[in-house]
Design a protein around this ligand. Sequence first.
Ligand code: PEP
Ligand code: MG
Length: 775
Amino acid sequence: MTSAPKNSLEVREKASSEFIDAQMALAAPRHLMTGVRDIMAGTKTAAKKLDDIVLLVAKTLRTDVCSCFVLRAGDLLELFSATGLRADILKSRVHVGEGLVGDIAAHAIPLMLADAKSHPSFTPSPETGGTEFSSFCGVPVLRGGAVRGVLVIQNKIQRNYGDEVVDILQTVSLMLAELITSGGLVTIEEMSAILPVSDKPADMTGISLGRGLAIGHAVLYEPRLTMQNIVADDPKAQKFRLHQAVAGMQGAISRMLHKDNAPTGSETRDILEAYQMFARDKGWFVRIEAAIDKGLSAEAAVQSVLNETHARMMQMSDGYIRDRLQDMEDLSNRLLSHLMTQGETVQHENLPEEIILVARSLGPAALLDYDRNRLKGVVLEKGSHSNHVAIVARALGIPVVGQCDDVLNFIVSGDQVIVDGDHGVVYIRPQQAVIDLYTRSQEVRAKRSSTYRRMQHQPSVTLDGVKVSVQMNAGLLSEISTARNLGADGIGLFRTELSFMGWQKYPPVVTQAELYGQILDEMEGKPVVFRTLDIGGDKPLPYFKAPVEENPALGWRAVRIGIDRPAVLRTQFRAFIRASKGRDIKIMLPLVSEVAELDRARELLEMEKARARNNNIAVPENIQVGVMIEVPALLWQMDALLQTADFVSVGTNDLMQYLYAVDRGNGALRDRYDQLSPAMLTTLKMIADRCKAAGIPASICGEMAGQPLEAMVLIALGYDTLSLSAQSLEAVKLMIPTIDTGRLLPYVEQLMKSREHSVRERLLSFARDHHVHLA
Ligand code: PEP
Ligand code: MG
């Protein structure tokens, strides 16, 4: 936070610093860029070049300090060059993650602080001049998406570094990245030691983004191109090159999307079309041209805009926005390849017969660069379920494991790799025994799929006659055909906010009603549960203004927004009623914390019903209003809740998060607590029993329902409706006919009394002993 200047001298200094920044924005970039280019082109050693650049930056930007840290083995950042600091601290080191400099390297985003001392990561270390300097601005030095160092400027006075300054530093850092990776500062050997690659077998656990199993050889997707020219003083010619490359890229994308191997599902088409539109985004080209005007070559300008977008987007916790970043990275790489290598993103010669594509992240079209019959699996360092590449891969039936931290450091091209998309595990250079095991498993799987195809439209009934409704979770219209094709008994959770995220502005009632109506039409009378907007928290809508919160998971989200802004809930109710055309509908409220919220929502619904009647719009006779059980407080209002709720559905993802006080998005705590634990099972049993006693249907729609072992337990506990993701349907539907709930329930009840952290192993043994079919 910037504190107010205390006296008139400070006021003058502050005003003059802001004036300087404004002036600098106009004059400095070109001057600095040419200066840095001349230094880079000179014959001095790399260390001397770095010193000269640091001096030039300090002088041009009128800073008291300019320093450059370079990443060394062991996650250390070494101070390689500095002006304005004590000479004896050169060569001192800080750890990645330590202090302000370490923070920049750890998160790969710039920091601009007028009052550095008030930042939580501030430490008065000598590398940043103790407490002598008030303001601090640093940017990561990035190459190929990896941090190679940090460039810092500091001033004694409190100075508000504007975006222009960060812009300039990021451009300089492009050149520093080239200098560092040239090997003149840290040897190439040490740089590869920073990224060690072993030849021993290794396995890595990530998360499953696409089920299935694949065995093949690694192809590293890293169109890492070395830039020859970073600065250029012929903006006209650079813009011409840019336009040529843009045209080439757009043509190539359009040809690729119309190839025979492009997936045909409507959802994937939507994604690829959106991607194609992104490739035509004028705003993007305008920003690249502006970077060219500052003195960059066309390719450096593309890279600079990407770095800047990266920094901006990484500050947002929203997964949707981060996914768009991956599209942008992919497009930038394509554009770079058109600028530098006539558009060849993939070298097709010498590709293995069975390709396992390994990448940090991928855009949705990247998979289409490869022969559909040869591309067997994908491994990503990043990635989430909602990633477009994951959706496209699932549509193509390709297993994907994501969030494999640092996988690119453990793998080299050609390595044999097994992708176990069911368990989110990757085996690198596996031993023969592991290969044999997986080869057998692939054979069993092929047989299983053919069995499933025969029975997928049959009802799911347990050995002791319990009929289970296996429904699907969806969020896009295009998923509805998948639900029908895979034999889902309904849509147990339609996450309406996912469609809202795809819209550019708040959708009017007609747009919403059209979507909901199409879903009801396509499901042909099978049940559909529409969940009202579950926005806020990790799902902000770009066009819906919401406060920045310290703790969004506990903040203003879901039904809380709907109640405080009744228009949000009312327009959605209006759209449901219109869409129904008189058909019965089910509406579900997310994140209800108290019964009063259900009552208020019902009042709003009644208003909408009255309004519809007044306007001669058909109102369904039966509008069921259900509640998601996600917040533990509701567990102590079950009697009251069950008097008015028409149904309940347990959102195990959030229930687990709030019951155990464990952030569901925190990878480090992913395995800290188990859903198959005495506390969670006891809670779930209590909900099922109370609902049964009250005659209110209860279902599960969290991820728990999609895991065969967990689903086995849930059915035994009394849940006869499960709603799961498309890719889990096969495994769960194959499991159901092999369980006997009468035998299992007493055992589960016994386990609820256990003092153990998890009862998973015991349940697995039970399943094995009783021949339960777990995928
Ligand atoms: C849940 O919390 O379990 C759930 C289904 O809702 P979401 O994952 O959309 O928060
Ligand atoms: Mg939830």
